[in-house]
Design a protein around this ligand. Structure first.
Ligand code: FMN
Length: 201
Protein backbone atom coordinates (compact mmCIF):
# COMPACT_ATOMS: atom_id res chain seq x y z
CA UNK A 1 0.00 0.00 0.00
CA UNK A 2 1.23 3.43 -0.87
CA UNK A 3 1.36 6.20 1.72
CA UNK A 4 1.56 8.91 -0.94
CA UNK A 5 -2.00 10.24 -1.01
CA UNK A 6 -1.48 12.13 -4.27
CA UNK A 7 -0.89 8.73 -5.87
CA UNK A 8 -3.98 7.21 -4.25
CA UNK A 9 -6.07 9.99 -5.76
CA UNK A 10 -4.67 10.18 -9.29
CA UNK A 11 -3.35 6.72 -10.07
CA UNK A 12 -6.06 4.13 -9.83
CA UNK A 13 -5.08 0.95 -11.69
CA UNK A 14 -7.82 -0.85 -13.63
CA UNK A 15 -6.25 -4.26 -12.91
CA UNK A 16 -3.87 -5.67 -10.33
CA UNK A 17 -0.32 -4.57 -10.94
CA UNK A 18 2.79 -4.39 -8.78
CA UNK A 19 2.69 -1.08 -6.81
CA UNK A 20 6.14 -0.23 -8.24
CA UNK A 21 4.51 0.65 -11.59
CA UNK A 22 2.03 3.00 -9.98
CA UNK A 23 4.38 4.58 -7.49
CA UNK A 24 7.09 5.56 -9.99
CA UNK A 25 6.54 9.06 -11.27
CA UNK A 26 8.73 11.94 -12.36
CA UNK A 27 9.17 14.67 -9.76
CA UNK A 28 11.31 17.72 -10.51
CA UNK A 29 12.45 18.44 -6.96
CA UNK A 30 15.64 16.74 -5.82
CA UNK A 31 17.52 17.09 -2.54
CA UNK A 32 21.26 17.71 -2.65
CA UNK A 33 21.93 14.25 -1.15
CA UNK A 34 24.50 12.38 -3.20
CA UNK A 35 23.76 8.94 -4.58
CA UNK A 36 26.17 6.39 -3.07
CA UNK A 37 28.31 4.84 -5.82
CA UNK A 38 27.04 1.33 -5.10
CA UNK A 39 23.43 2.48 -5.46
CA UNK A 40 24.08 4.29 -8.74
CA UNK A 41 25.95 1.30 -10.08
CA UNK A 42 23.02 -0.98 -9.17
CA UNK A 43 20.70 1.29 -11.13
CA UNK A 44 23.01 1.09 -14.16
CA UNK A 45 23.32 -2.68 -13.73
CA UNK A 46 19.54 -2.97 -14.16
CA UNK A 47 19.78 -1.19 -17.52
CA UNK A 48 22.43 -3.63 -18.71
CA UNK A 49 19.96 -6.52 -18.44
CA UNK A 50 17.25 -4.98 -20.61
CA UNK A 51 16.13 -7.03 -23.63
CA UNK A 52 17.32 -5.93 -27.08
CA UNK A 53 17.04 -7.09 -30.70
CA UNK A 54 19.52 -9.96 -31.21
CA UNK A 55 21.01 -8.95 -27.87
CA UNK A 56 22.95 -6.19 -29.64
CA UNK A 57 22.62 -3.93 -26.58
CA UNK A 58 22.75 -0.68 -28.56
CA UNK A 59 22.49 1.52 -25.45
CA UNK A 60 25.30 3.62 -24.02
CA UNK A 61 25.00 5.89 -20.99
CA UNK A 62 27.05 9.01 -20.35
CA UNK A 63 26.75 9.90 -16.69
CA UNK A 64 27.50 13.25 -15.06
CA UNK A 65 28.02 13.29 -11.32
CA UNK A 66 30.92 15.66 -10.67
CA UNK A 67 30.20 19.39 -10.60
CA UNK A 68 32.29 19.89 -13.75
CA UNK A 69 30.50 17.15 -15.71
CA UNK A 70 27.07 18.28 -14.57
CA UNK A 71 27.87 21.83 -15.67
CA UNK A 72 28.75 20.50 -19.12
CA UNK A 73 25.28 18.92 -19.29
CA UNK A 74 23.65 22.12 -18.03
CA UNK A 75 25.24 23.98 -20.96
CA UNK A 76 23.03 22.14 -23.48
CA UNK A 77 19.85 21.58 -21.42
CA UNK A 78 17.10 24.09 -22.24
CA UNK A 79 16.38 26.65 -19.52
CA UNK A 80 12.89 25.21 -18.90
CA UNK A 81 14.53 21.98 -17.69
CA UNK A 82 17.78 23.39 -16.35
CA UNK A 83 15.75 25.45 -13.87
CA UNK A 84 14.86 22.30 -11.94
CA UNK A 85 17.42 19.67 -12.97
CA UNK A 86 20.45 21.60 -11.75
CA UNK A 87 19.64 20.26 -8.29
CA UNK A 88 19.79 16.62 -9.39
CA UNK A 89 23.03 14.92 -8.28
CA UNK A 90 23.29 12.73 -11.39
CA UNK A 91 22.32 13.22 -15.02
CA UNK A 92 22.43 10.42 -17.58
CA UNK A 93 22.48 10.88 -21.35
CA UNK A 94 21.05 7.89 -23.22
CA UNK A 95 22.61 7.31 -26.61
CA UNK A 96 22.24 4.32 -28.92
CA UNK A 97 24.29 2.72 -31.67
CA UNK A 98 22.32 3.12 -34.88
CA UNK A 99 23.75 0.18 -36.79
CA UNK A 100 23.80 -3.60 -36.54
CA UNK A 101 27.17 -5.40 -36.40
CA UNK A 102 27.09 -5.77 -40.23
CA UNK A 103 26.80 -2.00 -40.61
CA UNK A 104 23.16 -1.87 -41.78
CA UNK A 105 20.69 0.32 -39.81
CA UNK A 106 19.30 -1.26 -36.65
CA UNK A 107 15.60 -0.30 -36.60
CA UNK A 108 15.33 -1.18 -32.92
CA UNK A 109 18.13 0.84 -31.35
CA UNK A 110 15.83 3.42 -29.77
CA UNK A 111 13.21 0.92 -28.70
CA UNK A 112 15.88 -1.14 -26.93
CA UNK A 113 17.38 1.93 -25.30
CA UNK A 114 13.90 2.88 -24.12
CA UNK A 115 13.69 -0.51 -22.41
CA UNK A 116 17.00 0.24 -20.67
CA UNK A 117 15.63 3.62 -19.55
CA UNK A 118 12.55 1.95 -18.07
CA UNK A 119 14.78 -0.52 -16.22
CA UNK A 120 16.74 2.38 -14.77
CA UNK A 121 13.59 4.22 -13.73
CA UNK A 122 12.12 1.19 -11.95
CA UNK A 123 15.35 0.01 -10.31
CA UNK A 124 15.95 3.56 -9.10
CA UNK A 125 12.45 3.67 -7.61
CA UNK A 126 13.08 0.35 -5.86
CA UNK A 127 16.18 1.87 -4.28
CA UNK A 128 14.33 4.96 -3.05
CA UNK A 129 15.43 7.25 -5.86
CA UNK A 130 13.42 9.40 -8.26
CA UNK A 131 14.05 9.85 -11.99
CA UNK A 132 12.83 12.41 -14.51
CA UNK A 133 13.35 12.08 -18.26
CA UNK A 134 14.07 15.09 -20.46
CA UNK A 135 13.91 15.63 -24.19
CA UNK A 136 14.27 19.38 -23.87
CA UNK A 137 17.93 19.97 -24.65
CA UNK A 138 20.09 20.88 -27.63
CA UNK A 139 21.04 17.54 -29.19
CA UNK A 140 23.69 18.89 -31.54
CA UNK A 141 25.35 20.82 -28.74
CA UNK A 142 25.24 17.70 -26.54
CA UNK A 143 26.96 15.71 -29.30
CA UNK A 144 29.63 18.35 -29.62
CA UNK A 145 30.25 18.96 -25.91
CA UNK A 146 30.34 15.25 -24.99
CA UNK A 147 32.12 14.19 -28.20
CA UNK A 148 29.48 11.62 -29.17
CA UNK A 149 30.40 9.89 -32.46
CA UNK A 150 27.94 10.20 -35.38
CA UNK A 151 27.04 6.51 -35.33
CA UNK A 152 25.25 7.03 -32.01
CA UNK A 153 21.79 8.61 -31.73
CA UNK A 154 21.26 11.12 -28.94
CA UNK A 155 18.05 10.03 -27.19
CA UNK A 156 17.14 11.63 -23.90
CA UNK A 157 18.57 12.69 -20.55
CA UNK A 158 17.41 11.45 -17.16
CA UNK A 159 17.86 13.32 -13.90
CA UNK A 160 18.24 10.99 -10.93
CA UNK A 161 18.40 11.64 -7.21
CA UNK A 162 16.47 11.67 -3.96
CA UNK A 163 13.11 13.40 -4.16
CA UNK A 164 12.86 16.83 -2.55
CA UNK A 165 9.93 18.94 -1.39
CA UNK A 166 7.68 20.66 -3.93
CA UNK A 167 8.18 23.91 -2.00
CA UNK A 168 11.90 23.85 -2.85
CA UNK A 169 11.13 24.19 -6.57
CA UNK A 170 10.97 27.45 -8.50
CA UNK A 171 7.39 28.71 -8.33
CA UNK A 172 6.41 27.74 -11.89
CA UNK A 173 6.94 24.02 -11.22
CA UNK A 174 5.22 23.62 -7.84
CA UNK A 175 1.67 23.14 -9.09
CA UNK A 176 2.80 20.36 -11.50
CA UNK A 177 4.76 18.44 -8.83
CA UNK A 178 2.33 15.53 -8.59
CA UNK A 179 1.77 12.15 -10.22
CA UNK A 180 -0.15 12.12 -13.50
CA UNK A 181 -2.81 9.61 -14.57
CA UNK A 182 -3.03 7.46 -17.70
CA UNK A 183 -5.32 6.68 -20.62
CA UNK A 184 -7.53 3.63 -20.03
CA UNK A 185 -6.54 0.24 -21.46
CA UNK A 186 -9.64 0.34 -23.70
CA UNK A 187 -8.02 3.20 -25.64
CA UNK A 188 -4.61 1.64 -26.10
CA UNK A 189 -5.18 -2.10 -26.57
CA UNK A 190 -6.82 -3.50 -29.71
CA UNK A 191 -7.90 -7.03 -30.53
CA UNK A 192 -6.79 -8.67 -33.76
CA UNK A 193 -6.50 -5.49 -35.80
CA UNK A 194 -5.96 -1.80 -35.32
CA UNK A 195 -8.88 -0.06 -33.68
CA UNK A 196 -10.94 -3.13 -32.74
CA UNK A 197 -12.08 -3.03 -29.13
CA UNK A 198 -11.11 -5.75 -26.69
CA UNK A 199 -14.33 -6.98 -25.13
CA UNK A 200 -14.55 -6.50 -21.40
CA UNK A 201 -11.25 -4.67 -20.93
C1 FMN B 1 11.69 10.83 -23.71
C2 FMN B 1 11.11 11.72 -22.63
C3 FMN B 1 11.26 13.10 -22.72
C4 FMN B 1 10.76 13.93 -21.72
N1 FMN B 1 11.02 15.27 -21.78
C5 FMN B 1 10.72 16.04 -20.71
C6 FMN B 1 11.19 17.38 -20.65
O1 FMN B 1 11.90 17.88 -21.55
N2 FMN B 1 10.85 18.10 -19.56
C7 FMN B 1 10.11 17.59 -18.53
O2 FMN B 1 9.87 18.31 -17.55
N3 FMN B 1 9.67 16.31 -18.54
C8 FMN B 1 9.97 15.52 -19.60
N4 FMN B 1 9.59 14.20 -19.61
C9 FMN B 1 8.78 13.64 -18.50
C10 FMN B 1 7.36 13.29 -18.96
O3 FMN B 1 6.62 14.48 -19.15
C11 FMN B 1 6.69 12.35 -17.94
O4 FMN B 1 7.41 11.15 -17.87
C12 FMN B 1 5.24 12.08 -18.32
O5 FMN B 1 4.46 13.24 -18.19
C13 FMN B 1 4.63 10.97 -17.47
O6 FMN B 1 4.69 11.32 -16.11
P1 FMN B 1 5.37 10.38 -15.02
O7 FMN B 1 6.75 10.05 -15.51
O8 FMN B 1 5.39 11.23 -13.77
O9 FMN B 1 4.54 9.15 -14.89
C14 FMN B 1 10.07 13.37 -20.60
C15 FMN B 1 9.92 11.97 -20.53
C16 FMN B 1 10.44 11.16 -21.51
C17 FMN B 1 10.30 9.66 -21.37
Amino acid sequence: MTTDHSIENTRIPEYDVDPLFIERWSPRSFTDKEIPKQVLHSVLEAAKWAPSASNWQPWRFIIAQTKADREKFHSFIFDSNRAWCEQAPVLILFISKKTMPDGRPNPFHQMDTGAAWASIAFQAKMLGLATHGMGGFDREKAREVLEVPDEYEINHIAAIGYQGAAEALPEQFREREKPSSRNPLSEIVFEGEFGREVEGI
